[in-house]
Design a protein around this ligand. Structure first.
Ligand SMILES: CC(C)(COP(=O)(O)OP(=O)(O)OC[C@H]1O[C@@H](n2cnc3c(N)ncnc32)[C@H](O)[C@@H]1OP(=O)(O)O)[C@@H](O)C(=O)NCCC(=O)NCCS
Length: 209
């Protein structure tokens, strides 16, 4: 299966909102994606998609590049270049959005605002692909920390973050308004260090394989 990660556009909002509603059902407040995309210059939203055309020539792509690893790295690199060039991309009508992630930059911190994958497409590596993309962007932007809050009960997400070197550094008591659940604060420090970059490279290779 071939997935693409690219910046979210307004054309993606209806699919992304459905994924968000399934992942964070009310009373969790829905993100105003239009406002985020149009006006929040500190935020960057991305989607992972399955493209009908990509699906068709997936085998050819893997064969011609010699390995799926090269193709994945190339796609992530191309995505970051588009982000840095601040290009607006139009969503293809053939694309099915499988997941999304939002990243905020604040001073030397890259903060994961949210990440979610379609209910019926979890455990296929899509969450990991999105996390690779946002961490790559944080590294490109020379952020020092990569940080986030996650519900204390959300062990699946904590396992994902732990895999990418984020460690628990504290707790916000009663952070979640709906049930007063604690938030665990997780951080990866010094993400531009060679050792962290090497670790991410290994994870990318394992993911591609
Ligand atoms: C968290 C979430 C984004 C993970 O997405 P995903 O595409 O299913 O995850 P992946 O298939 O890429 O899994 C990557 C890693 O995450 C961890 N993980 C994901 N789902 C897991 C589960 N059900 N149980 C245990 N670990 C899990 C594992 O470490 C896994 O690595 P592995 O396959 O080597 O074991 C997805 O479960 C989701 O959308 N949850 C609802 C929204 C949410 O809670 N977001 C986080 C808010 S802080």
């Amino acid at each position: 299966m071939v997935y693409t990660v690219r910046p979210m556009t307004e054309n993606d909002i209806s699919q992304v909102s459905r994924i968000e509603r399934d992942a964070f059902p009310p009373p969790w407040p829905a993100t105003n994606f239009k406002r985020e995309l149009r006006y929040n210059t500190l935020s960057h939203y991305f989607v992972a998609c399955e493209d009908a055309l990509e699906r068709k020539d997936a085998t050819a792509k893997i064969n011609s590049s010699g390995s799926s690893k090269k193709s994945l790295n190339d796609r992530i690199k191309a995505f970051i270049n588009r982000m840095l060039a601040n290009q607006t991309l139009e969503a293809s009508q053939d694309e099915k959005v499988l997941g999304f992630a939002g990243l905020w930059f604040m001073a030397d911190e890259a903060h994961l605002a949210n990440i979610a994958v379609r209910l019926d497409r979890r455990r296929e590596g899509i969450g990991e692909l999105l996390l690779i993309a946002v961490i790559d962007l944080a590294i490109e932007r020379q952020a020092r920390f990569f940080t986030l809050e996650v519900r204390a009960s959300n062990k699946e997400a904590q396992a994902l973050y732990g895999k990418f070197g984020l460690i628990e550094v504290g707790t916000r008591r009663g952070y979640y308004m709906d049930n007063k659940e604690d938030a665990v604060i997780m951080t990866a420090d010094n993400i531009t260090s060679q050792s962290y970059i090497d670790g991410i490279r290994q994870l990318k290779q394992a993911h591609a394989a």
